[in-house]
Design a protein around this ligand. Structure first.
Ligand code: G3H
Ligand code: ZN
Length: 286
């Protein structure tokens, strides 16, 4: 069934667990995330980023409606979340398009401007019944953003600032910069677990890890044990998809029916979803 993504995060975090959120671009991504979650027997979040909406010509509805329909038919709870929103118009469309939660991203702005923009966006979103995630510190590697040193002091989330930011903006979850970077195709990121512990102690809303494709399994499990309540994975699905398409077309260069290569690509993504879910949704007490 389709359930509010915010409820999945709140319930997971209260039980000191995490929910995995996978970014989707195509219908095959959506099908793979739902299939993987059903195989793993785990709840999951399907998330559509503003960049994915831009890829679909700025139109939110086609992919959102497909994702909502797939979620409604799923044998596990599936949340639908709008990710990395910077455009207020898109934020205003979210509820009507079937989303009950959004991530509003003003983290590129200087601190005071991030606070002001996020507070206003949270007010607007809450008035529409949306659950709101925001970001403080900056997780680098975003499309169109200048390269960022993940280890630079300004790139990391400061616990004292984080506590004040959540109170001032009234957000329901906080994305934190603790060493992960978006769009990594190797799993070599090292997380600052001491910083995560301080953030978890300082902030009383669920914490969100972005850029999780580049984080090794052990680091992910430790991050969940250390207080991360939502784990965002995107690039790993694209690594699986593209690898499968490339391998298939190398073997069958004469084929033109996209179903021939999209079927193994979708299966590869579903396998990736299962593997991440095994790490992310495993019981912390294990
Ligand atoms: O919001 C989306 C995530 O942070 C995905 O990051 O593509 O590096 O896994 P990733
Ligand atoms: Zn992200």
């Amino acid at each position: 069934p389709l359930v509010p993504a915010g409820d999945l995060v709140t319930e997971a975090a209260a039980a000191r667990r995490a929910v995995a959120a996978f970014n989707v671009i195509t219908l095959e991504h959506v099908e793979a995330v739902v299939e993987g979650a059903e195989r793993a027997g785990s709840p999951v979040i399907v998330q559509v980023s503003e960049n994915a909406v831009a890829f679909h010509g700025g139109r939110l509805l086609p992919l959102a409606r497909a994702a909502a329909a797939a979620a409604a038919a799923a044998r596990v709870p599936v949340g639908l979340h709008l990710d990395h929103v910077t455009d207020d118009d898109l934020l205003r469309q979210a509820a009507d398009a079937g989303f009950s939660s959004v991530m509003y991203d003003a983290s590129r702005l200087p601190h005071a401007a991030n606070v002001a923009a996020t507070r206003e966006a949270a007010r607007l979103a809450h008035a529409r019944g949306l659950w709101v995630e925001a970001e403080l510190g900056e997780v680098g590697g975003k499309e169109g953003a200048p390269a960022l040193d993940a280890h630079a002091p300004g790139a990391r989330t400061d616990p004292v600032e984080a506590r004040a930011f959540v109170a001032e903006c009234g957000v329901d979850a906080l994305a934190v910069a603790i060493g992960s970077v978006h769009a990594m195709t190797t799993r070599t990121a090292a997380l600052d677990h001491a910083l995560l512990a301080r953030l978890a102690a300082a902030v009383d809303v669920p914490l969100v890890l972005h850029g999780s494709s580049g984080v090794p399994d052990g680091e992910l499990a430790a991050a969940v044990a250390g207080g991360i309540g939502k784990v965002n994975v995107g690039t790993a699905l694209n690594v699986a998809l593209t690898g499968a398409v490339r391998a298939h077309l190398d073997r069958h260069p004469e084929q033109v029916d996209p179903r021939r290569y999209l079927a193994p690509a979708r299966e590869a993504m579903a396998g990736t979803v299962v593997r991440y879910l095994e790490v992310i949704t495993a019981d912390r007490a294990r």
